[in-house]
Design a protein around this ligand. Structure first.
Ligand SMILES: Cc1cc2nc3c(=O)[nH]c(=O)nc-3n(C[C@H](O)[C@H](O)[C@H](O)COP(=O)(O)OP(=O)(O)OC[C@H]3O[C@@H](n4cnc5c(N)ncnc54)[C@H](O)[C@@H]3O)c2cc1C
Length: 333
């Protein structure tokens, strides 16, 4: 199969970019979005809280973007993973529809999003039984599968996602024993602290650290204690909290597996690929957008960037086409 533009990932970055490329002049039938999940929309699908374009929920925002893609009849395949691509822009794809296949593209846009940092970064002593999960996994359990990850939960970390999940578990009838962080202030904006924590009387323990996890098959308790500026335990503050789940959120990093495998250099500061101003990588015709590039503060920024990359890709493809035509004409002469 050959396409002018292949977009990997169908979160807001990928969908906006596809729409923008089409609006700028690339024919919808020449665009293919490849998504590994069973629906379009990326992480937005599990974000049922408001805050997107100010008043929309993530799912509402996703349906608007998906509607635009469908109206324009832009092509997409689901349940399909891009496992690699090379410098000639040939992608290797595994898909139930197409099997193990190669797709040639004039341009590729990587919109693969981010992943959550792992709990390895938490440096907690003790065992690693069932019931310990990232906030994103807990969000998926509750919002997509309709399953509660636990009844008595300790939340570690004060990212917006951690606070949103503390509220979500409470609203679903769970008991959040506390949200704790070894820093003395929250990472999330004050608005989230008020709306997700204070308004629901969830104890917020700042300068508190989880030192130990107890439990064999399933988590049974954690040991929590107050720490000083240097992270040293303050005597007499140790406390055991009986719980059946621990939800952690340590932030995000760009999903850079594909770019790293393709040999594109990674920036130390962002952990995303090095790009030019127009977000094209070291491999000609391969662009990156959204959280795959760096972790954006808001989806609004991702939307703007998606529009810009759509335009850049259109310019790139048009330039290549006119160069090809000129070369063909020169050959005829
Ligand atoms: C667990 C989690 C929860 C979040 N919750 C919030 C929140 O509540 N509020 C908020 O503002 N932000 C949240 N974020 C941040 C969120 O990622 C961004 O707001 C936004 O969704 C990023 O858009 P994106 O298009 O760059 O990536 P994403 O929305 O992550 O989309 C990337 C898409 O690429 C697909 N993909 C990746 N690799 C491949 C491949 N090799 N082949 C095919 N498809 C692939 C993925 O399946 C995914 O659908 C969350 C992030 C995570 C990880």
């Amino acid at each position: 199969m050959k396409k002018k533009l292949v977009i990997v990932g169908s979160g807001p970055a990928g969908l906006v970019c596809a729409f923008s490329a089409c609006k700028n002049g690339i024919d919808a039938s020449d665009i293919l979005i490849i998504e590994r999940e069973e629906e379009l929309g990326g992480i937005l699908k599990q974000c049922i809280h408001t805050g997107y374009l100010k008043t929309l929920t993530g799912t509402e925002f996703a349906s608007r973007l998906i509607q635009k893609i469908k109206e324009k009849e832009i092509g997409y395949i689901l349940n399909s993973s891009v496992i690699s691509f090379d410098k000639d822009r040939v992608l290797t794809v595994v898909s139930p529809e197409l099997g193990y296949t190669k797709i040639e593209a004039d341009a590729i846009v990587l919109a693969t999003g981010c992943r959550e940092k792992s709990k390895g970064g938490l440096l907690i002593g003790g065992t690693r039984p069932a019931g310990i999960m990232s906030a994103g996994t807990a969000q998926r359990f509750v919002n997509i599968f309709g399953l509660m990850p636990g009844k008595r939960t300790v939340v570690v970390g004060t990212t917006e996602l951690a606070l949103i999940m503390a509220r979500r578990l409470t609203l679903e009838g769970g008991h959040v024993l506390c949200v704790c962080d070894n820093k003395k202030s929250t990472i999330a904006d004050k608005k989230y602290v008020k709306e997700c924590i204070r308004d629901f009387n969830i104890p917020l323990k700042l300068s508190y650290s989880i030192r130990r996890i107890y439990g064999k098959e399933r988590i049974e308790a954690v040991e929590i204690c107050e720490v000083d500026k240097k992270g040293r335990v303050i005597k007499g503050t140790k406390q055991r909290l009986e719980c059946d789940s621990l939800v952690y959120s340590c932030g995000y990093i760009p999903d850079s597996d594909l770019v790293r495998d393709a040999g594109i250099p990674i920036k130390k500061a962002t952990k995303g690929p090095v790009t030019k101003k127009n977000l094209e990588t070291d491999i000609e015709g391969v662009f990156v957008v959204g959280n795959a590039l760096f972790i954006h503060a808001s989806v609004d920024d991702i939307v703007k960037e998606g529009q810009e990359v759509g335009e850049s890709v259109y310019k790139y493809i048009s330039k290549k086409e006119s160069q090809r035509k000129k070369a063909q004409e020169a050959e005829k002469k």
